[in-house]
Design a protein. Structure first.
Length: 75
């Protein structure tokens, strides 16, 4: 195999984009592509976590304000 064409990646399910195929050029390019996919994936996950955390904090703060009577919900 000369490293051209497409190769199935079976052992890494989280890196399986496009039905499990990664475009392969030279070795270096392939790793860069994999890392890029991995990085994008992690960024997405981090964004989701941040969003959820912010939502939780907002809910907590509004509940606390309502419970202590410092803030009345607008009708």
């Amino acid at each position: 195999m000369d490293g051209l064409g497409k190769t199935k990646v079976k052992s890494e399910p989280n890196k399986r984009m496009n039905g499990g195929y990664l475009n392969q050029g030279n070795g270096v390019g392939r790793h860069l592509l994999r890392n890029e996919i991995e990085t994008r994936r992690h960024k997405k996950i981090e964004q989701n976590c941040t969003q959820r955390r912010n939502e939780r904090i907002t809910i907590y703060v509004t509940d606390w304000l309502a419970a202590t009577g410092k803030w009345n919900f607008p009708e």
